[in-house]
Design a protein around this ligand. Structure first.
Ligand code: PAF
Length: 276
């Protein structure tokens, strides 16, 4: 496994790499969720590249950039065991050198939900993903459904700017009790870890209600909110039952819907979603 820190070195490695090339972009502190993307990429491509870069531009001024968990040694060991060929782990200066002054402005899909609660977040995500696609030039690029809105933003970006990668969205990986895997779960203390189950419970409730014939999306949002509000350690950022492609809030559900939420458990902000 080759560990590459600069864009110019990556360009050299790219020339010699067998194609197709699959990229898994990450911010490190890898867990089974990331590794499921890596395994899928390994199955589908001759060369697998993983990027590890905690992208400063997607964190707001009051967010957890400095506290974001990092463990490069363990990440590299996991990637080595999974048969990854190339690891791209640039510095912030390599990605945003002095004079850097271009950003990707995402449209309506990025302005709702996460976009509303984390202004500038998707501009940072879209800009760095655009750069990673330009540097790594993958045939396929792998993302997790846990970040459902991010997947939609990136699919739009890839189509609108003709970036040419196939965007592969892989299922959310959960703990046995339902909590979606996330690097941020490490910050939950034991009480918060128990409290965090309200996210999955609320999503399950949404699914049950729809399956039992409830078509009124506001009724479903209300039931989800009540489950979360019952937990004293949880504070809702948003609860949504939306169109799975546009993320517009639904009134009446006629086909599939996406239930999404962001909830603060203590200081840790968790997101989750489920197709219902
Ligand atoms: O999902 C993530 O880990 C990040 O948002 C990504 C896609 C690697 C961009 O920094």
């Amino acid at each position: 496994m080759k560990i590459i820190k600069s864009v110019s070195e990556f360009r050299e490695a790219y020339k010699n790499a067998d194609k197709p090339l699959g990229l898994v972009p990450t911010m490190g502190f890898l867990h089974e969720g990331h590794m499921s993307l890596v395994r899928r990429a390994r199955d589908e491509n001759a060369t697998v590249a993983v990027s590890i870069f905690v992208n400063p531009t997607q964190f707001g001024p009051n967010e957890d950039l400095l506290d974001y968990p990092r463990d490069m040694e363990s990440d590299l060991a996991m990637l080595g065991n999974a048969g990854v060929d190339l690891v791209f782990a640039p510095s912030a200066n390599e990605i945003y050198p002095p004079g850097f002054d271009t950003q990707v402005d995402v449209g309506s899909i990025g302005s709702r939900l996460e976009g509303e609660h984390r202004p500038g977040h998707f501009k940072g995500v879209a800009t760095v993903v655009c750069k990673l696609l330009a540097i790594v030039r993958p045939d396929r690029c792998y993302f997790g459904q846990k970040d459902a809105q991010q997947c939609l933003v990136i699919q739009r970006l890839n189509a609108d700017l003709n970036l040419g990668a196939e965007i592969v969205v892989c299922p959310t990986i959960r703990e046995p009790d339902g909590l979606a895997l996330s690097s941020r779960n490490i910050n939950l203390n034991p009480d918060e870890r128990k409290a965090s189950l309200v996210l999955y419970q609320a999503l399950g409730k949404a699914k049950d209600m729809l399956e039992s014939g409830e078509k009124d999306a506001e009724e479903i949002r209300g039931a989800m909110r009540r489950i979360i509000e019952h937990e004293p350690l949880a504070e809702i950022d948003y609860v949504s039952v939306a169109d799975p492609f546009t993320l517009e809030e639904l009134n009446e559900i006629s086909g599939e819907a996406l239930a999404l939420m962001a909830v603060r458990i203590g200081k840790t902000r968790l997101i989750d979603n489920m197709m219902i």
